[in-house]
Structure formats: structure tokens, C-alpha cells
Write a protein that binds this ligand. Sequence first.
Ligand SMILES: *[C@@H]1O[C@H](CO)[C@@H](O)[C@H](O)[C@H]1NC(C)=O
Ligand SMILES: *[C@@H]1O[C@H](CO)[C@@H](O)[C@H](O)[C@H]1NC(C)=O
Ligand SMILES: *[C@@H]1O[C@H](CO)[C@@H](O)[C@H](O)[C@H]1NC(C)=O
Ligand SMILES: *[C@@H]1O[C@H](CO)[C@@H](O)[C@H](O)[C@H]1NC(C)=O
Ligand SMILES: *[C@@H]1O[C@H](CO)[C@@H](O)[C@H](O)[C@H]1NC(C)=O
Ligand SMILES: *[C@@H]1O[C@H](CO)[C@@H](O)[C@H](O)[C@H]1NC(C)=O
Ligand SMILES: *[C@@H]1O[C@H](CO)[C@@H](O)[C@H](O)[C@H]1NC(C)=O
Ligand SMILES: *[C@@H]1O[C@H](CO)[C@@H](O)[C@H](O)[C@H]1NC(C)=O
Ligand SMILES: *[C@@H]1O[C@H](CO)[C@@H](O)[C@H](O)[C@H]1NC(C)=O
Length: 578
Amino acid sequence: MIFPPSIQRWLPVMLPILAVSWWCAKAISITTSPWIDSSSTITTSPLDFNDTFDPNVTEYWFDTVVDHFNFRPTPEPTFPLRYLVNDQYYHNASSPVLFYAGNEADIFQFVNNSGFLWEAAENFQGMVVFAEHRYYGKSFPFGSPENALSPKNISYLSVEQAMADFNLLQGHIRDKWNMSRDAAFVVAGGSYGGNLALWLRLKNPNLWAGAIASSATPLKHLLRETNAFNRIVADVYRNVSHTCPDLIRQGWQELYTNVKTKHGRQRIQYEMKLCHVPERRNPRDIADEIHGWVSGALETMVQYGYPYPTNFFAPVPGYPFKLACKNMLQEQSALGALRAAAQVFYNYTGQAGDCFDWVASAAEAEENDLLVKTRKTLESTRYWNRLGQIERGVLSTHLEDLTGTAWGYQCCTEAYQPMPTNGITDFELPYQPNETEYFERCKQRWEGVVPRPTWEETMFLSDNIQAGSNIFLTSGQLDPWRAAGIQSVPRGSPDSIIVRIIENGAHHLDLRHSHPMDPPSVVEVRKEEMTAMEKWIIRWRNLYPSSIVHASEQRGQIVGQRYKPDQENAKTRISTIL
Ligand SMILES: *[C@@H]1O[C@H](CO)[C@@H](O)[C@H](O)[C@H]1NC(C)=O
Ligand SMILES: *[C@@H]1O[C@H](CO)[C@@H](O)[C@H](O)[C@H]1NC(C)=O
Ligand SMILES: *[C@@H]1O[C@H](CO)[C@@H](O)[C@H](O)[C@H]1NC(C)=O
Ligand SMILES: *[C@@H]1O[C@H](CO)[C@@H](O)[C@H](O)[C@H]1NC(C)=O
Ligand SMILES: *[C@@H]1O[C@H](CO)[C@@H](O)[C@H](O)[C@H]1NC(C)=O
Ligand SMILES: *[C@@H]1O[C@H](CO)[C@@H](O)[C@H](O)[C@H]1NC(C)=O
Ligand SMILES: *[C@@H]1O[C@H](CO)[C@@H](O)[C@H](O)[C@H]1NC(C)=O
Ligand SMILES: *[C@@H]1O[C@H](CO)[C@@H](O)[C@H](O)[C@H]1NC(C)=O
Ligand SMILES: *[C@@H]1O[C@H](CO)[C@@H](O)[C@H](O)[C@H]1NC(C)=O
């Protein structure tokens, strides 16, 4: 997926729900900061940024139905949906399948960040399947992304359609590999993919033996009604030092004050080491953009604040927010503190050069007509950061950003989640989303489409999941998306609904490969997940002994009773892969 540099810079701001990395530039050199206190476990060496994981997958395509909910075929009734398979641990026709329900990006994004499924596959001698979500990656109906993402043709992008794809795909895989009925499909996912995993198991326990739903966000009303998301971000920094949230708020104040005068803008440029601060634009817009640039970094360092160095949006150290906060404390001014924090995200390996050329890129984008077009649709750019997800959809009139377009549409339909902030218990600028305005913009962009705020929680039960079973829900303590997660076992749930908060865990940390620097909490949770999956697999075999003949078995050679779970091994065979 290609993003122009100017767009890449905005991605953290614009795509908060995104699960994974957009660019994977390798580190060239690493400077270890003097501010990392030697007592902490943060260590960084160039080797840590190596991505040595080889998923060893094969790409397949499955013809799915464009509209599952209308028996009258669309002019092109089907389209190819991509899925990836790793069968290196797959044993025989009764072996389980670890199925990742793809979310809003190219499916390889999730492959690269969900190594735990390979560990589970090895443990259970299972198959790994990663299914791409329709309208993302390479899975577009109507022949091309350009055709698919037009306001009319995008109509078939919905949670329900995507779930139906995965249900049908399971049948297709069972047939293709001649699987026995007693082969259990465990569905897993992170973030929106976690929602899909949860909902697939709730809706179709006849198909899915159980669900690992990591950092799922089913309780969207909590995002809309409270500042819980941004409060978690602020708490994470506050827990490093009480001073950091204050410095950030003070920084915004200095930014918005200084931007009004020529002298002030020079000060901003100097203190924040910006290559350039444009003169001809509305000062308020400039401040908004600088704010968005820093704020996006601050939030992303928390959401993806993994215990070891990673390279999602940019190369960052383990627990990058700790270093950011510590660096802020060394600065003489609040503007300097903002720069010191941003520096960890945008310049950890010295990649920025002598000054941040962000402003130059904005000017560049202006020349390309990219940002300007967006601007024209807005009364003010004040909402740039807030309505980021829609903003991307608007930006993407140019189809530079296919993922942003598709996700922008989902934010205008089911995933309606604008977040208010107060600047007191969070460190953001106070903001109250304006529903009328938001709806109006959706209507314009998608030709009449407006969100249905309560639809998703009504149709998919919100946290009223007591009637479900075999569900493992996790949230990271550090992850702001925890705000919309189910954080405790709903009253009246069976024992097989398990909820864990992972201490010192960021966004779906548990789905990542085991790592020597993992906190004990996630090591423990992965063990529990392994045990839970094993129970689900056994339960499945009891429910569907292979004497019940699956259609495919009549053609094939399959006999059942092949998977023999091994309680002891299941616990000990979790491999550690660096
Ligand atoms: C990381 O990459 C470097 C340079 O390519 C290589 O020398 C080193 O062996 C790699 N480390 C690991 C752990 O794979
Ligand atoms: C990749 O998977 C194939 C089976 O599909 C297996 O034969 C091969 O050994 C695997 N490669 C690696 C490097 O593990
Ligand atoms: C996934 O990782 C591989 C290997 O490191 C890399 O080549 C590829 O670009 C990554 N894909 C995505 C979408 O991040
Ligand atoms: C919608 O898809 C059809 C193909 O089925 C295509 O002919 C048409 O041009 C698309 N509409 C737009 C506006 O791209
Ligand atoms: C499934 O069974 C059919 C018919 O016996 C056979 O042709 C095919 O190779 C089998 N596929 C797999 C993956 O074993
Ligand atoms: C901050 O620290 C408090 C006290 O240790 C803890 O209860 C809370 O969960 C922490 N918050 C975050 C977001 O890490
Ligand atoms: C980026 O990091 C390099 C290396 O530490 C440093 O020389 C440079 O001044 C930094 N750039 C900015 C804009 O902070
Ligand atoms: C919300 O936006 C609408 C349309 O732009 C405007 O008329 C209304 O005054 C706004 N409401 C508030 C509370 O700002
Ligand atoms: C299938 O795998 C299980 C578990 O390893 C094993 O016990 C069983 O013998 C296998 N069945 C066949 C027919 O290979």
C-alpha cells in the first residue's frame, strides 16, 4: 500500500483504530538516549528492529457473494476475497484451524503482528488462516478499488457482510482441505478484528468453536459519551510523571498563543525545530496542524507502546511514552517539551534530519491539491484531528488512501465513534463533537449515508453476552481503546467467558509473538488463552464427533477422531520466538 509522505505523517492522527504498521522502514542507526534510566528494562540495540518473522503463508482466493442479504444477484454477483494459509504445523483432517478475522487493512498488516497464532498452531498442530476483510487490501468487489469505493458501490461494506464472508469462507476451507466436521475453527482478531471474532462466535456458535477477542471495542457509546479514551492516554503519561500532562496542556496553550504573531511563529519554529512555518495560511490552521502532529505521536506511543522496540509507524523504543515523558522534563519551555515528546516518535533513529520538515510536507501536499481539497469541504480545520477518520474518507476522494476511504465509510455507518475531550482529565483541547455536523459531512461524502449510532450495539449485543460462551476477551491496561472494551465478566456469564486486563499491555499485545521482554501479565494471559482454546477444541469434538459426515467427506477419504489433545503439552509447548 502506497501512501504519499504527507499522508503518512498524518496517519497516526487519522487512523487511531488501526491495528498495525503502515510503514516498515528499517532503522539505519539507533541513538540510545541518555534519559532512559538505567534501572528500567528499556534497552535498545539496532538488532531489536529486525523483523525476522517469516509467516510462511500461501495466498488463496475465494469467490464470495457481493450481497449476502439479497437473493437477487447483483450484476456481478461474486468477487474474489483473499485469504492466507500456513499449513506447516497442520496435521490431519481433524486438526483445528486458527482463523484470524481480518479487519480494516491489508491482511498482511495483521499477519505481521499476530505471531501468537503461529505459536497456537504449533501447539495444536493446527492450520493458520488469515482472511482479508472485504473492501481492504486486495479484496475489492466490482473489479477494482476505484469502482468499489464509489458512493453507490461501497454499499456492500458492512460488519454483517464481512461476517457472512468469513462464515462462507470457513465452509469453503473445510471443503478444499477435506476437513472433518470435528475440526474446530477458533476465530481470533485484534481491535475491530476482535469485535468480529467476538460477534462471529456469538452469532454462529455452530461454526466457530470459540473466540479470542483482543482489544475489541464493542462499547462504542462509551467512546461517544465520555473522554475515557483520552483519559487513559493522559493517565499513562501521568503515571510516568505528574508533570507531563501539565506540560502538554501548557504546550498547546503556548502554541495557540504564539501562532498569532510573526515573532511567535518564529519562536514555535525555533523551539520545535520545525524547518518552516508557513506565513500565508490562517494561523489557527497552522496551530491545529502542529497540534495534530504532536498529539498523534503522543497517542500512538501509548496505543502501540509495546515493551520492546517496534517499528509500526516509526521506529520507537520499548514503552516509548516513558522516554517521551522523561525527555519532556528536561526541557526549558512547554513548546520545547512538545518537541521533545514528538522527537521520540518522529526522530528516534535520527531519521528527521536537522529539523522536522512536516510543514514543508504540508505545503507540498497543498501543491498536490490534497489537503486543499479537504479544506474546501470544511468550514474550519479545527476538526482535523477530531474527525480524523472521516477526514481521511474525504481526503480519499483522490483514492490515494484506499484504506482510509473504506474506514471513513464505516465511520459513517456502523463505527460511529467521535470522542469528546475536556482538557482537564485528559490533556487534549476541549472538544464536543457536533452530531449534526458529522452526519451532514457523511451525507455529503457518501451521497445520503448517515451513521446509525446505536445499530451496532443493538445488533451485536453490546456487553450483554451472557448467552454466549467460549469467548476470551482481553484489553491492555495502557491501551486507550480499552475505553470501549468489555473490561469485566458480564453478570450471569458462563465460566467459559473470560475477561483479562493485561497489565502494562498496549493494543492487542497478546496477539503478538512471545518476546523475552514481555511483561509477566501477557505471558500469563497467553497461557490462559492456550488452555481456553484447548478446551474449546475438545468441546467441539464432543459436540461434533466425526461420525456426523460433512458433505465433503462423502467425496474424500476423511475419517475422524484424529486430533488427540494433550493437556500437558498444550501448556508447555508455547514456543518463544524472537
Ligand atoms: C539483524 O540484522 C542485522 C543486519 O542485517 C544482522 O546482522 C543481524 O544478525 C540481525 N539480527 C537478528 C536477531 O536477526
Ligand atoms: C513453510 O511451510 C511448508 C509447508 O507448507 C513447509 O514445508 C516448510 O518447511 C515451511 N518453511 C519454513 C521455513 O518453516
Ligand atoms: C510484513 O512483514 C514483511 C517481512 O518483514 C514485510 O516485507 C512486509 O512489507 C510487511 N507487510 C506489511 C503489510 O506490513
Ligand atoms: C460500480 O461498479 C460497476 C461494476 O459493477 C462499475 O461499472 C461502475 O463504474 C462502478 N461505479 C463507479 C461510480 O465507479
Ligand atoms: C480432497 O479430496 C479430493 C477427493 O478425494 C482430492 O482430490 C483432494 O486432493 C483432497 N484435497 C486435499 C487438500 O486433501
Ligand atoms: C496508572 O497507575 C495507577 C496506579 O498504579 C493504575 O491503577 C492505573 O491503571 C495506571 N493507569 C494506566 C493507564 O496505566
Ligand atoms: C534528530 O536526531 C538527530 C540524531 O540524534 C539529531 O542530530 C537531530 O537534531 C534531530 N532532529 C530533530 C529535528 O530533532
Ligand atoms: C452543530 O452544527 C450545526 C451545523 O453546522 C450548527 O448549526 C449547530 O449550531 C452546531 N451545534 C453546536 C452545539 O455547536
Ligand atoms: C490425526 O492427528 C492426531 C493427533 O496427532 C493423531 O492422534 C491421529 O492418529 C491422526 N490421525 C490420522 C488418521 O493420521
